[in-house]
Design a protein around this ligand. Structure first.
Ligand SMILES: [Zn+2]
Length: 604
């Protein structure tokens, strides 16, 4: 699309503005609150990524905390269009005095077939009209500020520095939106980033500490984002509606938001859609109300209200609309289980899918033995028809694409409800942390099958088979010579973030080794304590490593140092190819490879 790479300069935000108002100092003597107004106000940061980041450095927005979001879709499911009245209302708390602040919103895309084509009608802050403009992202940490006129400060790349045809030495401002998976990963390195930062200037600065609302009204066609690996995510066109699955950044292709994993507002959805369609969102279904025919909906419409009391990370917001058959069931402990399938799926396949979906309560109970109490009031599965290239752990509403579900993957995605959803990674480079634990759920599923075959969970033979299966699965991965030793799990490129075993098998095996090092009981205690401490929020790599270190049974300085080395080897080290010596050299008791403990049970 023409204009996608055109640099659009900022016209509104200005840093370091002092609030206007003569006599403020004099007033301050009379009114202590007025002195507050005399502090410097400035533009909020246009990114939450750390300086030097090369994984989606364009995403997230600073200067405020996201508290609550009301999504109010007005959606014509036949035409796949948001109609007038379609809007989001974001409630935020300012963490500085703000002259302007930003959101992420990819309203247009070079992908003219399946990408978005939306436009913003108006923006209001606390109900008052506000000015808005779209700007390009700037690389995080740019000393010339986020309005740097140098075009090189706004370029896409897989790597830091950008490189590309002009050998740009600066860090990237965004991750490339590759056209498809067969394009070379570096094809767009050094090209200009699209202007997807929606910068909003309120009529008066927003005071630090104040809670404010932002209403963005927009219309048009939602769509998918072309990702750093050439796959797509976002709002997929489904028969008579849409199917929403968005990791890592595709939520901004159907709604403006603070698109960063640590931004976790709670959600309400009040969606008015074509009569006869079903809306599926996070949390619990509150009400469904039929509306009479109107100019926009000649055949009538229906309003679905969903409510998520739990905060939801940016990439886990669910809001599919279409011909879905939805059922609800309440478990003995009060958890609601939702099951939804697109009615376009052939009946025979729907029947097969349902048998697997019905396992979700049992899987949740099994996984609770390791993670502790299930963190949400509901859980659910949607099977959609579009060929999205992945399944995803949308919070309390797991999405399966292509009309098909399998048990292995349901164990994986359901494990994410604790890891990723309830306790969220602090940045994209920590994707391995939650994918590793979700991979552990697949290991546990295979161990469970072995256990059942050998006599069940209450028999010594069954328990031995369970443990033997986990050891075997670890040893298979540890013996591998594949490329996953050559990429540090905590430092992937966008092109390999979700395709590399370094994000999945390698950290998964590390957790199995950690379980042997800590002891099975202590490992479980560590998982549950991390859930209690960080649930509803997010966690950094040092925080979650400390969460395990606390439960190390031998608390000597040498053992603590060795565990730190273990984490560095498994999570942070890129080895030369080949395996053998070129892989982590600390494993755990009973596993292949050098043991964590020495012969006398200490560390050396
Ligand atoms: Zn996963």
């Amino acid at each position: 699309m023409a204009g996608r790479w055109r640099r659009i300069t900022v016209t509104t935000a200005s840093a370091g503005l002092i609030l206007p108002g003569a006599g403020l100092a004099a007033q301050a003597h009379a009114n202590p609150a007025a002195s507050y107004l005399s502090v410097h106000c400035s533009a909020g940061a246009h990114t939450l990524a750390a300086p030097g980041s090369h994984l989606y450095p364009d995403t997230g927005n600073g200067g405020y905390t996201s508290l609550h979001t009301l999504v109010h879709l007005v959606y014509d499911a036949n035409a796949n269009q948001f109609l007038p009245g379609n809007r989001v209302v974001l409630t935020d708390r300012a963490t500085q005095c703000l002259t302007s602040f930003s959101l992420d919103f990819e309203r247009k895309s070079a992908n003219t077939r399946a990408g978005p084509d939306m436009s913003v009608q108006s923006v209001a802050v606390n109900g008052r009209p506000a000015r808005f403009t779209f700007v390009q992202p700037t690389y995080p940490g740019d000393p010339h500020g986020q309005n740097d006129p140098n075009p090189a400060a706004h370029e896409a790349s897989q790597t830091n520095p950008v490189g590309g045809p002009h050998h740009n030495p600066l860090p990237p401002a965004c991750s490339p939106a590759l056209r498809n998976i067969s394009v070379p990963a570096d094809a767009l390195d050094g090209t200009q980033c699209p202007a997807n930062k929606l910068v909003i200037t309120p009529s008066a600065p927003v005071r630090s500490g104040s809670v404010f609302t932002v209403t963005v009204s927009y219309t048009g066609r939602p769509g998918v984002h072309n990702d750093g690996d050439g796959t797509t995510e976002g709002w997929f066109r489904a028969p008579d509606g849409g199917f929403v699955t968005t990791e890592p950044v595709g939520s901004e292709d159907w709604m403006p938001l603070n698109d960063y994993p640590t931004a976790k507002p709670t959600y309400d959805f009040s969606d008015t859609v074509t009569a006869g369609r079903t809306v599926l969102a996070n949390g619990v279904l509150v009400s469904v109300k039929r509306n009479p025919a109107s100019g926009e909906f000649p055949g009538g419409s229906v309003t679905w209200n969903w409510h998520s009391p739990a905060p939801v990370a940016s990439y886990l917001v669910e809001d599919s609309v279409g011909n879905y058959h939805l059922t609800e069931r309440v478990a003995d402990n009060g958890t609601k289980f939702y099951e939804a399938q697109d009615t376009a799926i052939p009946a025979k396949q729907r029947h097969k899918n349902q048998a697997i979906m019905n396992l979700q309560q049992n899987i949740t109970e099994f996984e609770s033995q390791f993670n502790g109490t299930y963190p949400f009031t509901s859980d659910g599965v949607i099977v959609g028809t579009p060929r999205a290239s992945f399944e995803e752990e949308m919070q309390t509403m797991i999405t399966f694409a292509g009309g098909f579900i399998d048990t292995d993957v349901l164990y994986h995605e359901n494990m994410h409800q604790w890891w990723g959803d309830n306790v969220t990674e602090s940045g994209y480079n920590m994707t391995f942390f939650k994918e590793g634990l979700a991979t552990v759920a697949e290991f546990l599923y295979h161990a469970r099958l072995a256990e059942n075959k050998a006599g069940g969970p209450y028999s010594p033979k069954g328990q031995a088979a369970f443990q033997a299966s986990l050891v075997k699965q670890f040893n298979q991965i540890y013996a591998g010579k594949s490329r996953f030793w050559t990429v540090a799990p905590s430092n992937p490129e966008p092109a390999g973030l979700f395709s590399g075993a370094s994000t999945y098998d390698r950290p998964g095996a590390a957790y199995l080794a950690l379980r042997q090092i800590l002891g099975h009981g202590n490992f479980t205690q560590a998982l549950q304590q991390i859930q209690r401490t960080y649930g509803g929020s997010h966690i950094t790599e040092p925080e979650f490593e400390a969460g395990f270190t606390q439960w190390l049974p031998v608390q000597t300085s040498t053992c603590r140092a060795r565990l730190s080395q273990f984490f560095t080897q498994w999570f942070d080290t890129a080895y030369p190819a080949g395996g053998g010596r070129n892989r982590p050299q600390i494993t755990g008791p009973g596993l292949d490879g050098p043991d964590f403990y020495n012969a006398s049970g200490g560390c050396s």
